[in-house]
Design a protein around this ligand. Structure first.
Ligand code: PLP
Length: 226
């Protein structure tokens, strides 16, 4: 049942915040609703969920009009450049900016529409071959170019940690991304803030929160297996 699951996730977030000496108001729970029907999203909405994450543009734009307007939609999946125009103005945050060309396309399309786009840079902290994202050593160069875009604003970093049995195995990954964000933030780069750290999924969001996540993306833990 979605209500019970959602309550459990919220309690676990609360407990992780307590352990870390953080306020739970610093952590946004994104209900990852990919592949799930609108009826299930409605149920989560009725239990207070207001942030939803989708990994496909088509799914996001088809579900959005079916649900209340105060939902904040997050684009969390790999984004193809030819889909960018459809998502601008629909998603409040694009978590998955994994190349300079994609950032450039977002700039072009946002400018065309007279809109602004908030983005996160996806970082492949674990250096997994199967994953998208910038390698850590590529991030600074990307930031130095993207900061000059007038319609794109970098709000922080995102990572998808490896699938592991024991979430403790990902603690180092989260710690690394946190330290990296602090380091970049301390440079006070124009048009770049590091307020958002999107990390942690069903298997490891508590550890991610202990290590500084400000957004956790939880799908299975709320909606059940896909
Ligand atoms: C599917 C997905 C999630 C949620 O995964 P769960 O393990 O079901 O919580 C989080 N982030 C991204 C980028 C995803 O694609």
């Amino acid at each position: 049942m979605i209500k019970t699951q959602l309550e459990e996730v919220r309690e676990r977030i609360e407990a992780a915040c307590l352990r870390a000496g953080r306020s739970s108001s610093e952590v946004t729970l994104i209900a990852v609703s990919k592949t799930k029907p609108v009826s299930m999203l409605k149920e989560a909405y009725d239990c207070g969920a207001r942030a939803f994450g989708e990994n496909r543009v088509q799914e996001l734009i088809s579900k959005k009009p079916e649900l209340p307007e105060d939902i904040r939609w997050h684009m969390i999946g790999h984004l193809q450049r030819n889909k960018v125009s459809q998502v601008i103005g629909k998603a409040v945050l694009i978590h998955s900016v994994d190349s300079l060309r994609l950032a450039q396309q977002i700039e072009t399309e946002a400018a065309r529409k007279g809109l602004e786009a908030d983005i996160l840079l996806e970082v492949n902290v674990a250096r997994e071959e199967s994953k998208y994202g910038f390698m850590m050593e590529e991030v600074e160069e990307a930031i130095m170019l993207i900061k000059n875009f007038s319609h794109v604003h970098i709000k922080g970093l995102m990572t998808i940690a490896p699938f592991v049995e024991n979430p403790e195995e990902n603690r180092e990954i989260f710690k690394k991304l946190f330290d990296f964000a602090v380091d970049i933030g301390s440079k006070n780069i124009d048009n770049v803030t590091m307020d958002v750290l999107s990390m942690g999924m069903t298997g490891d969001y508590e550890v991610a929160i202990e290590e500084g996540a400000t957004m956790v993306r939880v799908g299975t833990g709320i909606f059940g297996a896909r």
